[in-house]
Design a protein around this ligand. Structure first.
Ligand SMILES: Nc1nc2c(c(=O)[nH]1)N=C([C@H](O)[C@H](O)COP(=O)(O)OP(=O)(O)OP(=O)(O)O)CN2
Ligand SMILES: [Zn+2]
Length: 144
């Protein structure tokens, strides 16, 4: 069981939902600044997704916890991140660094939420890549 306190974003919504999950994935960072991380290697990533809103759907969910996990876990677990179309080796903005993986996770979730009836908002992705390294991605607040 994952039990951890995460930094919490300020927001005006009545409901806030958090989903924890983990996934194993391999990646390489194709830039000399990455040093040994230019070689393919693996991590067990720990993620926390924060979603908020004022309206529930017809089942009483802000969004189904399982849907959040499945959208990301099924896509990235036991995969080579560099082979995913979201991470082309074009520039630092698309290499599968922790920062970019966190942002892409946000994009995948928000694209789904935008199609739902109650349209909640993803406020934060917390992504831990190693025991000593993690990133928090928060979208600019124009959406809130
Ligand atoms: N800003 C970033 N820096 C680094 C990233 C990254 O995604 N964003 N990634 C890496 C490597 O992929 C590596 O897997 C993680 O690096 P690091 O935290 O240095 O891992 P270590 O276990 O070697 O760190 P310790 O300090 O020994 O715990 C590199 N940088
Ligand atoms: Zn790595």
């Amino acid at each position: 069981m994952i039990q951890q306190i995460y930094p919490s974003p300020d927001h005006p919504f009545s409901y806030e939902l958090n989903k924890d999950f983990h996934f194993a994935a391999a990646h390489s960072i194709p830039h000399e600044a990455a040093g040994k991380c230019q070689q393919v290697h693996g991590h067990t990533y720990f993620a926390n997704v924060t979603i908020a809103g004022d309206e529930l759907d017809e089942s009483g969910f802000l969004v189904n916890f399982k849907t959040i996990k499945n959208l990301l876990h099924d896509r990235f677990d036991h995969k080579v991140l560099n082979e995913d179309e979201r991470f082309p080796s074009e520039s630092g903005n698309t290499f599968p660094t922790t920062e970019v993986v966190a942002r892409v996770m946000y994009e995948i979730i928000q694209e789904y939420l935008d199609k739902t009836m109650n349209k909640p908002t993803c406020l934060q992705i917390y992504l831990r890549e190693t025991p000593t390294s993690y990133v928090i991605y928060r979208p600019k607040t124009g959406r809130v």
